[in-house]
Design a protein around this ligand. Sequence first.
Ligand SMILES: Nc1ncnc2c1ncn2[C@@H]1O[C@H](COP(=O)(O)OP(=O)(O)OP(=O)(O)O)[C@@H](O)[C@H]1O
Length: 315
Amino acid sequence: MSYPGVPSTNQNPQPIPGRPPAPRPTTQPPAGAAAATPQSPHQQTAAPADASSQHLPVAADASTQHPHPGQSATQQLARQGNHHPAPQADQYSAQPPVLAGRGLVKYYGDVVGLAGVDVQVRAGEALAVMGPSGNGKTTLLHVLAGILSPDQGEVWLGNDRVDQLNDAARTVLRRRRLGFVFQDNQLLAELPADENVALPLMVDGVSRREAIKRARATLAQVRLASEAGRRPGELSGGQAQRVAIARALVGEPQAVFADEPTGALDAATGAQVIDLLVGAATHRGAAVVVVTHDDAVAARCHRVLRIVDGRVSDR
Ligand SMILES: Nc1ncnc2c1ncn2[C@@H]1O[C@H](COP(=O)(O)OP(=O)(O)OP(=O)(O)O)[C@@H](O)[C@H]1O
């Protein structure tokens, strides 16, 4: 079945010159990959008992560190008496990569979407994916999230090869272990906020009563407890996007994917929304991947990956 917030394909063909390199053949999970595969959607990937022994260099992917991500969210949540400090660099750098792509190549017919990308994201780390329009950012997000299959390369979530799963298994994986936030919040207009947030849990067999309880608790974490009964049409754009964030987080996902999550918001509201997303997701130990054109959004993530012509670039 389809899942709200999960598109199937990208419809915007533009040729990219050049051919991709052959992928590195490997069948092993990324070094230091999270050992524990959650048994339920509500069980987080555990950090290793001795996290320092799992320490790896940050992925060789032309990244930029930002020392104080999520600070505004922390301040806002502290004011609410609901303090969710975003992790500092030394905290997440000791975590294993929970999400990894190796040698990712994706074609759309003759058009090259990805030309050989390596990327890894640690538990509790937020990665911003930037780059010129039509150069492969959304394709990378969709391949990492199991929405698209790569033509070459590997996608790992913890110890699981996402790219080797069939369509049905990837659908279940997305529902149980991943969260999604898109520019268009993709909330169901006829349902109040709490039911929109509860929906993925109910689709997965959680009782309505329990799902609503968890949904309201998650809405409170994005400071929307008082709006739980309102329908999307009764919410501001920023509030609706916070409902979408709650929906993405309610299942305790291992990774959260956001494609231009602030693209429809003004700068101040966008900053608030991205801070809540990064702060709340990384506090839960999720890896976060945010596709954005906005430097201010990228500055609120821990690291920036630039994609140019379907490849990682330092330009
Ligand atoms: N479904 C599709 N069919 C054919 N070509 C596609 C499809 N989706 C993406 N492409 C092409 O793949 C390339 C990368 O597209 P992608 O959407 O990943 O870029 P992007 O960097 O996310 O762009 P933008 O910033 O404009 O969203 C582009 O040339 C695009 O036209």
